[in-house]
Design a protein around this ligand. Structure first.
Ligand code: ATP
Ligand code: MG
Length: 630
């Protein structure tokens, strides 16, 4: 079957399509209903069915692949490397489940996981799934205020944490941040379970804090069966990156998520049981949930959990792992590839990468030079995929597992099965069906399995935020701009709030960025709209150059600034020309590689940039502050 037919069936014959996909996972009781769409936009998948994510990720593989690698842990921070077979993973997860149960965790209870990239973090997630508890993983890079607000929102019975993480060889203590956040939070968790990596000293709070190793010792052989859960029960909550504002607690189900991941591993990620999958993300992000932990394991693959930087001990570390563990599919983000691109390209040629079938990239726009560089270097297809924390799995990409389809540079691809993707006019809600018409990317309900159920404890916010922004129709807004070409490929043009209004002209900051990137000496650029008394807003550009020798003095700077402006004039027209182009050595980004345009804009307008706990490098914002002040 070609992809077009496969896709059409997923929309027009939805129940039959997904009933078939549901066979990719084990059910204790098969679902009675496939899609319950009786109360839009609260779609319920596989109602009546009973299953368990941990059973599908671990237990069901014991019969055929108990001694095969399941979790491969590599830390270039501590030098540890350990392979857990499915049998061993099964034992570890049960120990963790037994310990959590003794701390009072049961079905429906929340467990907040604030952990570095260590195996115990994965055990904790799977143990929650096993018990029917709801995990809420908070990215280890968050500091106490962000963590406190998440503790308050999730109201966990137990927090699982560690003494410290490590980044670039520097110990990052977690425990003091956790203590402070619990002090700040209205809600106090009953217990804190701590993994002591012996990286930093820990002071335990009597009666509240427990040592993982001590408790685990008492449960060497305790068996904890998987709780059979309703397909529509909650598996986890996870907060969005917060790039555009207050993070939203995305809530996901059990059965729909299991089916969505199993299907995506097969149709999109080309994952075969016994192969190795390597996602360089973090368990704190949705990619980590779907494609470090659950997806690969559900598919019977070994998954690599990597703690460390992509350039330490050197820029060949990832390729070294690909060779050593015969990685078949790899998942990363454009920002990481850009980091590697600044290093010696010889690192790409030093290792045998013949096992690798494809590299998947997601999380932000993939620019053509980055895509070409890595594609030429690896000699495998680079597959851009567009999705959100909310969707749980790709909305736009190519499903090479169904039909080999060429990727187009600059486009993540076509709508994935189950996603009824439309482009609509932002203010009239009119549907835009012509090629090249620019609109808001929206989804017509029902949203597919794996999609968020609601905002945790806030159905109202779910409906208001996501389903009410387009006049006259109840569709899910992605809050991203897109266009579609004549072949049905979509192009993402940026976020709807990244639009600026210059003297009545509406311009996408991303379009201006693309134009500026066309200058041969620009490596990376961020464009924001800044309030201007005359024009309403003006565009401000902050660029990183490839060759800094072009910036020897002010005269040279001005010359380059003029050249860049000319590029914009020539490609988009003078209305889009930035008021200034300033040069910096690094752009402010979140730890997950997203440009912090909101913070840049605030600084340019002399406002407080707000919550910056996810910023990768605070000095990057300081550079902009200094330039703006000068
Ligand atoms: P918040 O919603 O809290 O502001 P966020 O949107 O940054 O945070 P995520 O869910 O992690 O949080 O990111 C999803 C967004 O990332 C998408 O809506 C889109 O803007 C961007 N994105 C993801 N993948 C791609 C891609 N392949 N191409 C272009 N943009 C992408
Ligand atoms: Mg978002």
């Amino acid at each position: 079957m070609g992809y077009a037919d496969f896709y059409r069936r997923s929309i027009e014959d939805r129940d039959a399509f997904w009933a078939e996909q549901a066979k990719l996972v084990d059910w204790e009781t098969p679902p009675a209903t496939i899609c319950d769409a009786s109360r839009p936009p609260f779609y319920r998948w596989f109602a009546g069915g009973r299953t368990n994510l941990c059973h599908n990720a671990v237990d069901r593989h014991l019969a055929q692949r108990a001694d095969q690698a399941a979790l491969i842990y590599v830390s270039t921070e501590t030098g540890q490397e350990k392979v857990y077979t499915f049998r061993e993973l099964h034992a570890e997860v049960q120990r963790m489940a037994a310990v959590l149960a003794t701390l009072g965790v049961g079905r429906g209870d929340r467990v907040l996981v604030y952990m570095p990239m260590i195996p115990e973090a994965v055990f904790a997630m799977l143990a929650c799934a096993r018990l029917g508890a709801i995990h809420s993983v908070v990215f280890g890079g968050f500091a106490s205020v962000s963590l406190a607000s998440r503790i308050e929102d999730a109201t966990p019975k137990v927090v699982v944490s560690a003494d410290a993480g490590s980044r670039g060889g520097k110990v990052v203590p977690y425990k003091p941040l956790l203590d402070e956040s619990i002090r700040l939070s209205q809600h106090k968790p009953g217990a804190v379970l701590l993994v002591d990596r012996k990286l930093a000293p820990m002071e335990k709070v009597a009666g509240r804090d427990h040592d993982w190793a001590t408790l685990a010792d008492r449960h060497q052989r305790t068996q904890v069966p998987c709780a059979w859960l309703d397909a529509t029960d909650i598996s986890y909550t996870l907060y969005t990156s917060g790039t555009t504002g207050r993070p939203k607690g995305v809530q996901r189900d059990v059965g729909g998520y299991a089916v969505a991941l199993a299907a995506s591993m097969k149709h999109i990620f080309l994952g075969k049981p016994g192969e190795t999958y390597f996602s360089t993300s973090d368990i704190g992000w949705v990619v980590g949930h779907s494609y470090i932990v659950y997806g690969p394991l559900i598919a019977g693959m070994a998954t690599i959990l990597y703690e460390g930087l992509p350039i330490r001990p050197d820029a060949g570390i990832w390729w070294n792992l690909v060779e050593k563990y015969k990685v078949a599919s790899m998942f990363s983000a454009p920002t990481a590839v850009r980091v590697l691109k600044k290093q010696d390209p010889a690192f790409l040629k030093k290792h045998d990468l013949s096992s690798l079938k494809a590299l998947f990239l997601a999380g932000e726009p993939l620019d053509e030079p980055t895509a070409r560089w890595i594609s030429d270097g690896l000699g495998v297809p680079i597959i851009d995929n567009y999705w959100q924390t909310e969707s749980g799995w790709p909305i736009l990409t190519v499903a090479n597992g169904i039909e080999k389809k060429a990727s187009k540079f600059g486009s993540p691809g076509v709508p994935m099965y189950g996603f009824d993707v439309r482009l609509v006019h932002e203010s009239t809600g009119e549907e835009l069906t012509g090629a090249g018409q620019k609109g808001v990317v929206v989804l017509e309900g029902p949203t597919p399995p794996g999609f968020m159920q609601t905002v945790w404890r806030d159905d109202e916010r779910f409906v208001q935020t996501y389903w009410s922004s387009i006049p006259g129709r109840q569709v899910y807004s992605t809050f991203d701009w897109g266009i579609r070409d004549e072949d049905g490929y979509f192009y993402i043009l940026g976020r709807t709030d990244d639009v600026i209004n210059v003297a009545g002209h509406r311009l996408g900051t991303r379009e201006i960025e693309e134009s500026i990137s066309g200058h041969p000496n620009i490596a990376e650029v961020a464009v924001v709209g800044v309030a201007d008394p005359l024009k309403g807003q003006v565009a401000m550009a902050f660029a990183v150059v490839k060759d800094a020798s072009a910036l020897v003095d002010d005269k040279a700077r001005l010359k380059l600034e003029g050249e860049v402006m000319k590029v914009v004039d020539d490609t988009l027209g003078a209305v889009a020309r930035p008021a200034r182009v300033r040069f910096v050595t690094v752009l402010p980004k979140t730890r997950s590689g997203k440009l912090l345009r909101r913070a840049i804009q605030a600084v340019c307008e002399g406002r407080d940039p707000g919550d910056l706990t996810t910023i990768e490098d605070p000095a990057a914002l300081q550079q902009i502050k200094d330039l703006v002040a000068s």
